[in-house]
Ligand binder design. Structure first.
Ligand code: URA
Length: 295
């Protein structure tokens, strides 16, 4: 930072106002911090309090026993990952995606899945995120909603959809008689991408097995895809969300169970484009009708 003489010093309030209007929402230090090195000595992440009920993990059959943190570490070491220049952090590669698949399939419960994800070092997003954002809501719910990736508020709290778009989502759920005790909410990507950037296709592929297994373990009657990235990742399509939304699709689990899925507009998009709220309202009415029909 350039030195500023006392007389020339800008008014701090003006400077802050300028930063806010320029979209700056994080205070950074003058020297870069090596988060990769920090992550190597990070203690294990704590579980969000609301995601607990292993008894609620209904239909999906356990395929194997849980792996200990040490076993996960051994498998990570065995996967010859590319190393970042610091030598401490793993850069995603195909072996890491394979390990994610293995860890996901060996999780017999949601608690095990959360533990496997917390111990997994194969996605670089973990090293810049504060918390694993696993899920919120009721794992016994008939409806599961899946967004794209946590933002700043979600990263801080370790829970999905707790910021502005989360508050809108809560209102949308309330409009069809649901809340977080009767719905389960997660994201395709469980770690906040730095600066809320779009997750890369590689990051999405690495995280995909985790969300697929999470859906399988929850086994909802109805899946709601919030936004294009969730719909594209979980419904195996390249179509845009404005074309997809409002039409029932199917998400097929690894075990071959077909779950009706409703792609709809992401609450963050609706905050920017309120005129489209009526479209999301129609989609949510479809979800309500489907839930009623399925009993
Ligand atoms: N947007 C998402 O897709 N997920 C969140 O959890 C928050 C915002």
């Amino acid at each position: 930072m350039t030195a500023v003489s006392r007389d020339n010093r800008p008014d701090i309030a003006d400077l802050l106002a300028f930063y806010v209007s320029a979209g700056v929402d994080e205070a950074l230090e003058e020297e870069p911090v090596n988060r990769f090195a920090e992550a190597a000595s990070k203690p294990p992440e704590r579980a969000p309090a609301t995601v607990t009920s292993p008894t609620g993990e209904n239909a999906a059959q356990p395929r194997s026993t849980s792996l200990s943190r040490a076993e996960i570490g051994e498998r990570q070491a065995a996967a010859p990952a590319v190393r970042a220049p610091s030598g401490t952090a793993t850069v995603p590669d195909e072996q890491q995606a394979a390990l994610a698949r293995q860890l996901a399939t060996t999780a017999a419960t949601l608690d095990e899945l959360r533990q496997h994800m917390a111990a997994f070092d194969g996605c670089n997003l973990k090293f810049t995120a504060k918390n694993l954002v696993f899920a919120d809501g009721n794992p016994n719910a008939a409806v599961m909603l899946v967004g794209e990736a946590p933002g700043r508020d979600e990263d801080i709290e370790g829970l999905p959809f707790v910021g502005r778009s989360g508050r809108l989502l809560d209102r949308m759920l309330a409009a069809i008689g649901l809340d977080r005790t009767s719905a389960y909410i997660a994201n395709v990507i469980p770690w906040r991408p730095p600066g809320n950037r779009t997750p890369t296709p590689h990051e999405t592929e690495i995280c995909r097995p985790f969300i697929e297994r999470q859906i399988e373990l929850v086994n909802p009657k109805v899946l709601v895809n919030l936004g294009g990235p969730s719909a594209k990742t979980l419904l195996n399509t390249t179509e845009g969300i404005l074309r997809l939304r409002g039409n029932w699709r199917v998400h097929t689990t690894a075990a071959g169970i077909a779950i009706p899925a409703m792609p709809t507009l992401h609450p963050a998009y609706l905050l920017r484009t309120p005129a489209h709220k009526k479209l999301a309202w129609r989609d949510f009415l479809e979800v309500k009708a489907k839930l009623r029909a399925l009993g």
